[in-house]
Ligand binder design. Structure first.
Ligand code: GDP
Length: 354
């Protein structure tokens, strides 16, 4: 099955307790491929990083897998955390299509992380647990960027036993919280069992496994949710409202359906009534290769889902992070403003109940 043209990139969020390694994992996913100097290995978006399918299969050392997957890659939201997942919505659900829940294998779960699992279950978001910091196990011999099993097989018997012991503590904690789980390479049905991937975000061990399991989850559970139409008016979610020098208030947006063009009229959720404005500029990060440029951003004329983009427009000061952004016409503006108002009220009620 080759990549399907009308399927967008699944959006992935990383959740977990502070200090368990969310930022390091995202850096590893971004950085390891860049450091290897592969052209087009990743694309840096505003607020997100895209890893194309070709990069993922080449990292996993099995290009034959390329034809097995239908999605064009994975789009990781750069803002990690529990809050980011629950407050970032799309119509009818979470903005993220998939999630990674990270836990320090040496410390085990913290109550808030167990709570994150319950939220994922409620949203029916497919996820994988990663048991991080395996390199901290006494006597661990790091194998840089190796798949987990390759690395595991190179460890001494004592180290393997210690890893297994800690690993099954994590399995036990999940069981007590009502989840069946098993090591990712032993899971045959990801609907009945949660896969746990032992990794080190510092040495890169197991990272290839994380990317592959996420692709597998997308393939198995998401096809119906990922259809998009590049010709319809854009729909997205505000990640952040940011003041930029020379531009004033801007919004960083993940667009998950349709298209967005310079000059489009948009409606954005705000503290009061949704605000209306006209897109003055669409901005993407300037490629790292153009270091001479003073400008942080480059302008583009239009974008299509799924993408992270910065919108510069008048009157964005009162825009609300986590709220919807929609492209409108004079005919649709009133109806869509009303819809956004209703969506924001629902999210408020829902979030209060968590
Ligand atoms: P966050 O708060 O969840 O984003 O956690 P960070 O990514 O900032 O990591 C917290 C600390 O743990 C930092 O000092 C990291 O260098 C360290 N750390 C993260 N992952 C690993 C790992 O796999 N192995 C080791 N040894 N340290 C790690």
């Amino acid at each position: 099955m080759a990549v399907k043209q009308d399927l967008r990139t699944p959006i992935v969020s990383v959740m977990g307790h502070v200090d368990h390694g969310k930022t390091t994992l995202l850096d590893r996913i971004r950085g390891s491929t860049v450091a290897e100097g592969e052209a087009g290995a990743i694309t840096q978006h505003i607020g997100a990083t895209e890893v194309p399918i070709d990069t993922i299969v080449s990292k996993c050392g099995n290009p034959a897998l390329r034809d097995k997957f239908m999605v064009p890659g994975l789009l990781f939201i750069d803002t990690p955390g529990h809050h980011a997942f629950t407050s970032l919505r799309s119509r009818g659900g979470a903005l993220a299509d998939l999630a990674i829940v990270i836990v320090d294998i040496n410390e085990g779960f913290m109550p808030q992380t167990i709570e994150s699992l319950q939220i994922l279950k409620r949203f029916k978001t497919p996820f994988v647990v990663v048991a991080n910091k395996i390199d901290r196990i006494h006597g661990w011999e790091p194998q840089k960027n190796a798949p987990f099993i390759v690395s595991y097989n190179k460890q001494s018997e004592r180290v393997k036993t210690e890893l297994d012991r800690k690993f099954y503590e994590v399995v036990g904690e999940l069981y007590n919280a009502g989840f069946n789980s098993e090591r990712h390479d032993r899971v045959s049905d990801f609907q009945r069992n949660i896969g746990i991937i032992p990794i080190s975000a510092v040495t890169g061990e197991g990272i290839a496994d994380v990317l592959m399991v996420l692709l597998g989850l997308a393939q198995r559970f998401l096809e119906g949710n990922l259809h998009y139409d590049a010709s319809v008016p854009g729909v997205g979610t505000v990640l952040e409202v940011k003041e930029e020098k020379g531009l004033g208030a801007t919004i960083d947006v993940i667009l998950y359906d349709g298209n967005l063009k310079k000059g489009d009229m948009i409606v954005v959720g705000s503290l009061g009534k949704p605000l209306h404005t006209k897109v003055r500029a669409l901005l993407k990060p300037r490629p790292l290769t153009e270091i001479k440029s003073e400008e942080k951003f480059q302008q583009v004329q239009s974008v299509t889902a799924a993408i992270g983009v910065k919108i510069s427009a008048p009157n964005l000061d009162s825009a609300l992070a986590g709220s919807p952004v929609r492209v409108v016409t004079p005919e649709t503006v009133d109806a869509i403003s009303e819809e956004i108002l209703n969506e924001l009220e629902e999210v408020q009620i829902d979030t209060d109940a968590l």
